[in-house]
Design a protein around this ligand. Sequence first.
Ligand SMILES: [Mg+2]
Length: 254
Amino acid sequence: MSDERASSDARLDRVNERIVRSRALILDVDGTLAETEEVHRLAFNAAFARAGLAWCWGRVVYKDLLRVAGGKERIRAFDRRLGGTSSLSDAEIAELHMTKTTIYADLMASGGCPLRPGVEALLNQARTRGQRLAIATTTSRGNIDALLGPALGRAWANRFVAIVAGDEVANKKPAPDVYLEVLARLDLSASECLAIEDSGIGLVAASRAGIPVLISRSAYFLDDDFSEALYVTDDLGMLNGKGVVEEGKLRGAL
Ligand SMILES: [Mg+2]
């Protein structure tokens, strides 16, 4: 076995051990649980059209705007980009965002957005292991419901001990606020938990809270800097302890 392969296997073993030994798994939502960003983009554009704005965010523009966390903040950032100062009032931005949220929920309810491979298995295995699950997200509680209701059933929230959404804290990611609030509600220290994120912004937020981070890369953030992450994968289904345990590599971890 080459040194490179051996080191990669050792890192895989370490992250699998971390997954099964953590007292709690703290999950980001958009991009991590499902590839929701395209649905968000379509909903933004539909809201702009409904408001009579001649705005249409293509994938390249939206990818750039994703550096700004939060829907209202994203609308303001784009508005400022056009004219230097924002031409929309706070009330107009709030109304646009409310329209977008309604359209997003309708799109999710009609077509849904499947969970990414390995996500449901990870949630089920965590429950079997007696681990606690939490959500730390910049998106709104309504958006989480729009995704997880169809995917996990109406009682989805019962699976999570703590759910902290963007509007419940002072500062959105990359600030650590959502993670610090989750830790407080779990009454656990950062090192007892594992955060699962898909973006550089999310990695920074969890890392600032002191929580080790597993990155499950999603379509819009493939080229972010993940050098601070514990491990980077494109497929959670290849991790979550199960496959490695079956191969007998994770001796004594369960
Ligand atoms: Mg995300």
